[in-house]
Write a protein that binds this ligand. Structure first.
Ligand code: ATP
Ligand code: MG
Length: 559
């Protein structure tokens, strides 16, 4: 889908304008700044592809920065998962950075601000502070502590750091303007007390810097030139610039915050907080459940890095939020897997065929091409014998002329095998068909060159040899939510879970798949793309459906 000559996106236009205005190309530097409070999701992939894509386009370094200033929610497990996901997507970061590595520097700068009478310790409750904030149309009110002396502020701030106070007793606030029209400029909190061990700094700190105070200063420390974030931070830009201005030294790069729209995907939720609920409430089997829109879930589901990158590039970035239909993501998976996935035969809902004129006890091997998309065709051998399985849905006793599969008295080709004709059925006491008895035409073998083998019949079915096929567990996934926007409904988003998002069946697969390793991709012919789940073992194969061959939801939704 990627076009040959890609036009510039609006962020690239901003950078081009900066370069034209004299910004040194060598000073370009970017970062991807996740908070390690959960696993990365498909929304993050947009931000990753944007930032690392800029790094590639401008040959500029991109840092991976963990925004780890809230020990109440952050964990090492998340740090490791995030690193793994970014690498798996195919990107290399320049430096691995942690906001927590800047705690001392941030503290020193805060002391500097206090000395310059630009920060003060407020000893009111958070409720009182919130009340004095005013509203967009009503100015705020100064805190009674706003005019504390520099000496007193220095003393209190140091004692906050030393752990002499309980959480909530004091905060450090920037002294800006309680009447500013931008409410974020009304003396924002810079530090709060939190007696919690941090996954990296342990118990070294019991005061933690707030996002706004941390982010711009971290960009400045790393000399990031363009700090790209999502739109909800647009109003924060003024504060970002104010904080950077306080510490800026001539000759350094002054980082620039610019905003782009968050990407939302239909039939799911892209918010770590909400995804955590799905995990904690046991609705899914962990962060990498193949139904999750997390990078690790998509990987386990069978998405390739290329398909995710292609998706992110195709939707690009925007200035306004909108909803991307999950079928586009599925399209990207199909497009990539069509090129890569070897074709195999698997029967998910088996019905037994008996070829009554085929010698009993005999096995022959037929040739099957591995992937018609390959430049140099390769083949494998499949066992063929008297008893076979086909899909139940591929047979009907009676059907009209449009049914190109097998019906009584009708013919089909068994892919890579022979032309067969259905002669009779065997039923159990309840009338269910248990076997279909067929005859085969021994001269019609695919590729044998005989006139019979060239004969055209309407339908071609996939099959496996009953005696040779291996049993496999197949996990068929569907959308996790029934609504396109589960978090924009009347009820809580958990109310809209799709009860049929996972269906497990026992299937028969061609015997060579016993060798398949976790992560390998296949196209189950006529069914869809599947990959091997990490749970899979040679004596218990497990496959996940990545995506069907066609978009089956498009039909359902337009019905
Ligand atoms: P969440 O609500 O899922 O926790 P977040 O924005 O708080 O998302 P961060 O870890 O802070 O998550 O995000 C790292 C970067 O990824 C930020 O620059 C953020 O703006 C960006 N990002 C997060 N979600 C999306 C999304 N849905 N679309 C595009 N970019 C996103
Ligand atoms: Mg967040």
């Amino acid at each position: 889908m990627a076009t040959e000559v890609k036009s510039l996106n609006f962020i690239e236009h901003i950078i081009e304008d900066d370069l034209k205005a004299g910004f040194d190309r060598d000073d370009l530097r970017f970062r991807f700044p996740p908070e390690p409070n959960g696993y990365l999701h498909i929304g993050h992939a947009s931000s990753i592809c944007l930032n690392f894509g800029l790094g590639l386009r401008y040959n500029a370094p991109v840092n991976l920065r963990f925004d780890d200033t809230n020990p109440a929610k952050e964990e090492k497990e998340y740090v490791d998962a995030i690193k793994n996901d970014v690498s798996w997507l195919g990107f290399e970061w320049d430096k691995e950075c942690y906001a927590s590595d800047y705690f001392q520097q941030l503290y020193d700068w805060a002391v500097m601000l206090i000395k310059a009478d630009k920060a003060y310790v407020d000893s009111q409750s958070s409720e009182a502070i919130a009340e004095q904030k005013g509203t967009p149309t009503k100015p705020g009110i100064d805190s009674p502590f706003r005019n504390r002396s520099v000496q007193e502020n220095l003393d209190l701030f140091e004692r906050m750091k030393n752990g002499e106070f309980q959480a909530g007793e004091h905060v450090l606030r920037a002294k800006i303007d309680m009447t500013a029209s931008n409410m974020l400029m009304r003396d924002p909190v810079m530090y709060r007390i939190l007696h919690k061990a941090h996954h990296r700094t342990g118990n070294d700190w019991c005061i933690y810097p707030m996002y706004d105070w941390t982010h711009g200063e971290s960009d400045y420390i790393e000399q990031v030139s363009h700090s790209l974030c999502t739109l909800e931070f647009a109003m924060h830009r003024e504060l970002y610039e104010w904080f950077v201005e306080q510490i800026y030294e001539e000759g350094k790069v002054k980082p620039k915050q610019r905003e782009f729209a968050r990407r939302n995907l239909s039939h799911t939720v892209v918010s770590k907080r909400k995804l955590l609920r799905l995990v904690e409430e046991g609705v899914v089997n962990g962060w990498d459940d193949p139904r999750m829109p997390t990078i690790s879930g998509l990987r386990r589901r069978g998405y390739t890095p290329e398909s995710i990158r292609n998706f992110a590039d195709t939707i690009g970035i925007a200035k306004r939020e909108n909803l991307i239909d999950v079928s586009l993501l599925e399209f990207c998976a199909r497009e990539d897997l069509n090129k890569k996935a070897p074709r195999v035969m698997a029967v998910l809902d088996p019905l037994k065929l008996v070829l009554t004129n085929y010698p009993e006890g005999e096995t022959e091997y037929v040739e099957a091409e591995n992937n018609p998309e390959e430049e140099e065709q390769t083949y494998r051998k499949l066992p063929f014998s008297r008893e076979l399985y086909i899909e139940k849905a591929d047979f009907r006793e009676e059907a009209n002329r449009k049914f190109f599969r097998l019906k009584l008295g009708g013919e089909v080709r068994l892919k890579n095998g022979y032309i067969i004709k259905a002669e009779s059925v065997v039923k159990d006491e309840e009338g269910n068909i248990t076997e279909v008895h067929c005859t085969y035409d021994p001269l019609s073998k695919s590729g044998s060159g005989t006139p019979e083998s060239m004969r055209k019949v309407k339908g071609t079915l996939h099959w496996v040899s009953a005696a040779h096929a291996k049993k496999a567990e197949v996990r068929n996934y569907d959308r996790l939510f029934t609504e396109a926007e589960p978090d924009r409904q009347e009820e809580d988003f958990m109310h809209y879970l799709n009860p049929e998002s996972l269906q497990v069946t026992e299937a028969f697969v061609e015997p060579g798949l016993i060798e398949a390793k976790p992560g390998e991709h296949f196209q189950f012919q006529r069914l869809g793309y599947y990959n091997v789940d990490p749970d899979s073992k040679p004596d218990h194969l497990v496959f996940n459906r990545t995506v069907g061959l066609r978009d089956s939801w498009a039909k359902i939704e337009t019905k």
